[in-house]
Design a protein around this ligand. Structure first.
Ligand code: FE2
Length: 262
């Protein structure tokens, strides 16, 4: 099967890029599942029911979360209770599910520990959870520290189909497949490329200059980037992967590619 993953979709510019590129990608590559991280989709902070519907209509099938899952608490609770989105496994008590499962696939939403909300240890939880599962397992590991992402990959290598990082919004160039597990430290945002992690640069710069909190905002007009990872699977393993990118008004291109065969 073919799986497409889109990382942190940041605000309207990110959603616009998804609507622009996803329908044709879905058709061209006969994609069975589109997974996307929604946690910044509503103006950078969380998700609303309206934004969820917009992305669902654009072609996203499974929605993973992160530290901003509960920013729009009322909408998030409703969407989680209706099982339309996932929330990270780390939360002790929260509505909804942290993984999606059907006959072909298990999709996991998990957060790291460093600079993340206080919660369960994702390493202990996933080390136990994947045991004996006979399906393709995709893990969206939403973490700040690259070491945590790498450690999660090496712990799960050969036991899951893919470990792909989100949260830092900056795409890395270390795509690989080993023992049937596809890994990328961070897929990078889909949203304003010429900002600071998708946010208008003024507030982050002022915050860094003064130490005082400033309200982060998503600019309506910016040079947006689209980033998505296509994974081809065979049974429970990854056999090839392609990272797609498009910047501004430019065409879609393949920025990284790896193929190991069956
Ligand atoms: Fe995040």
């Amino acid at each position: 099967m073919n799986i497409l993953f889109i990382g942190d979709i940041v605000g309207k510019p990110g959603r616009k890029m998804v609507k622009k590129f996803l329908p044709s990608l879905k058709k061209e590559y006969q994609i069975n599942y589109v997974i996307a991280n929604y946690e910044n989709a509503a103006h950078g902070f969380g998700v609303t029911e309206k934004v969820y519907k917009e992305l669902k209509t654009a072609g996203v099938d499974i929605f993973t979360g992160g530290n901003h899952t509960f920013d729009k608490k009322k909408d998030a609770f409703t969407l989680l209770e209706e099982k339309k989105i996932l929330r990270p496994l780390n939360y002790f008590e929260a509505p909804g599910e942290w993984y999606y499962e059907d006959d072909n696939i298990i999709v996991i939403s998990a957060m790291g520990i460093f600079a993340m909300p206080y919660g369960k240890n994702p390493f202990i939880e996933l080390n136990q959870f994947v045991e004996g599962k006979d399906k393709f397992i995709f893990v969206d590991f939403h973490a700040e520290a690259t070491a945590e992402k790498r450690a999660m990959y090496l712990m799960l290598k050969g036991r899951v189909g893919a470990v792909v990082g989100t949260h830092t919004h900056i795409g890395t160039d270390d795509l690989e497949i080993e023992d049937g597990t596809c890994y990328l430290t961070d897929i990078g945002l889909t949203g304003c490329r010429d900002n600071v992690i998708g946010m208008e640069a003024k507030a982050p710069i002022a915050h860094m200059l003064t130490g005082l909190k400033h309200n982060f905002d998503v600019k309506e007009k910016c040079e947006a980037i689209f980033q998505a990872l296509l994974i081809k699977t065979d049974e429970n393993k990854s056999v090839s992967a392609k990272k797609f990118k498009a910047v501004g008004e430019g065409e879609l291109y393949v920025s990284q590619e790896v193929e190991v065969g069956v």
